[in-house]
Design a protein around this ligand. Structure first.
Ligand SMILES: Cc1cc2nc3c(=O)[nH]c(=O)nc-3n(C[C@H](O)[C@H](O)[C@H](O)COP(=O)(O)OP(=O)(O)OC[C@H]3O[C@@H](n4cnc5c(N)ncnc54)[C@H](O)[C@@H]3O)c2cc1C
Length: 438
């Protein structure tokens, strides 16, 4: 089976360029035989490979990545490792309390993995337990905060409501009318995180970078073909986000929805003083179609907004230019006190969305498994699900494994061209309705 589309992300990702340089691992040429093959070295694939290596110390795990580690979505995101359930399909972001409690456990499990690995291997990914502000400006956003508050009460989770007059002392900007602060989110430099995870993989993981799988033969063993050879494996794990559909699975169920971000140059000391507020923070929008913001430890400001649906998993320069123009407007609305501050980088990246916001965990076919469909929450979800998939494959039992196995899985979508028409209309309408929050 030929893989028709392989990833080709843009070269503008600030996180990637600002993270410590490393030398990409070169694929072994010719024919390689291993027990395990993992496709995709994002957060999910890195977690799968690491845990398989620990569970099966005598086996070789080959982890194949089409680009460099950190160049894909796992190094392009906004860096919110969120503890709380974040069900954008539910009016209160929490949904069914029993499911929400398990999602909370899963996210805390993943946060714990990340902090332990960062501490153990000592790499710097600017990790900080800074919490997150969910901020509203429009009436609709204020209603979301009210609903979210009641959802958090149901879960007995702490929060603080911050009104407009106090917000400048937190965020500098006086743009927002209200924010709901929750303390448990960690903010991360995502490319530094995944590069650090890649550099600290156990020695029985062979990482092949710049090594797109271009064909797969589902025989026994399963044979993966890349530009310089083949890898034959007994068991294959797909952790390649929406590109899993190219491998013949979950066709029409995984939606590569792109979102975009820009990051400024570092603010001068005088600009920081003019902005005011706390030195590090993260804001997510009350309206899911609004803007995410960050003030990073190195005093840059990040704006993430804009969406596009790109079924082939690729974007072009015109989409980047449009997103940058939108982000410039969003920046100027929020930070009129920083008129001369330009963006150093603008980039896009794919989230693997599903219509019912449910991902896939477990078997896909004979000797093929996957952890896919992080729905924009891959830092915790991908890390947790990837680790647990490797534990499940080792026969371990855990309540979180049972929880993930019992999930609904991604819903089927209508066929093309109705799918693209529907998703694009939905994205346009959502962004329009977000109003000033975008
Ligand atoms: C701008 C932006 C902001 C976001 N913000 C957040 C956030 O703040 N918090 C959060 O939790 N999530 C966020 N996300 C979502 C998060 O980035 C994803 O959920 C996460 O990256 C999913 O991880 P993954 O490992 O499952 O997939 P990916 O990171 O997409 O990794 C899959 C890998 O598979 C590789 N691949 C695909 N096909 C092949 C092939 N044929 N051969 C070899 N390799 C292949 C790709 O190159 C890629 O590196 C954001 C996403 C974007 C784009």
């Amino acid at each position: 089976m030929k893989i028709k589309e392989t990833p080709a992300d843009d070269n503008g990702c600030g996180w990637f360029h600002l993270s410590p340089p490393r030398i990409a691992r070169v694929a072994r040429q010719g024919h390689v035989r291993a027990r395990w093959g993992v496709v995709g070295a994002g957060l999910t694939g890195l977690a799968v490979a690491r845990q398989l290596a620990l569970n099966f110390p005598d086996d070789e795990i080959v982890l194949l990545e089409a680009q460099e580690v950190g160049f894909g979505a796992s190094g392009r995101n906004s860096g919110f490792a969120i503890d709380l359930p974040h069900d954008i399909g539910a009016p209160d972001y929490i949904g069914d309390p029993a499911t929400a409690k398990m999602n909370l456990k899963l996210n805390l499990f993943a946060q714990n993995i990340i902090t332990s690995l960062v501490a153990k291997h000592g790499f710097d990914c600017q990790i900080k337990l800074a919490g997150k502000y969910q901020a509203a400006i429009e009436e609709k956003g204020l209603r979301v905060l009210e609903a979210y508050k009641s959802g958090l009460d149901k879960l007995d989770q702490p929060y603080e409501i911050i009104e407009s007059e106090e917000l400048p002392s937190h965020l500098g900007t006086s743009f927002y009318r209200r924010a709901l602060f929750t303390p448990g989110t960690m903010l991360i430099q995502p490319a530094s995180l995944v590069k650090g995870l890649a550099e600290s993989l156990p020695t029985n993981v062979s990482l092949f970078e710049n090594c797109a799988v271009t064909a797969v033969d589902y025989d026994n063993p399963i044979v993966l073909t890349h530009a310089n050879g083949t890898v034959a494996v007994d068991k294959l794990i797909l952790s390649n986000n929406a590109f899993a559909t190219q491998f013949g699975f979950l066709k029409g169920r995984l939606l590569p929805v792109f979102t975009y971000a820009s990051i400024t140059r570092p603010l001068s000391a005088e600009e920081q003083a003019r902005l005011g507020g706390k030195p590090v923070w993260g804001v997510i929008p009350a309206d899911p179609f609004g803007s995410t913001l960050r003030r990073t430890p190195d005093q840059r400001l990040l704006v993430r907004n804009s969406f596009s649906f790109n079924p082939n998993g690729k974007i072009d320069a015109s989409l980047l230019a449009r997103a940058e123009a939108t982000q410039r407007r969003s920046f100027e609305n929020r930070f009129p006190m920083l008129p001369g501050v330009k963006f150093d980088y603008t980039w896009g990246g794919a989230m693997c969305m599903t219509r019912n916001h449910s991902g896939h965990f477990g078997e896909l076919g004979r000797n093929v498994y996957g952890a896919l469909g992080c729905n924009g929450l891959g830092i915790t979800r991908g890390t947790g699900a990837g680790t647990l998939l490797a534990d499940w494959l080792a026969g371990k039992r855990h309540e979180l494994i049972d929880f993930l196995l019992a999930g609904d899985g991604p819903n089927r979508n209508p066929p093309e061209p109705f799918l693209s028409l529907g998703v694009n209309a939905n994205l346009r309408w959502g962004q329009h309705r977000a109003g000033l929050e975008s």
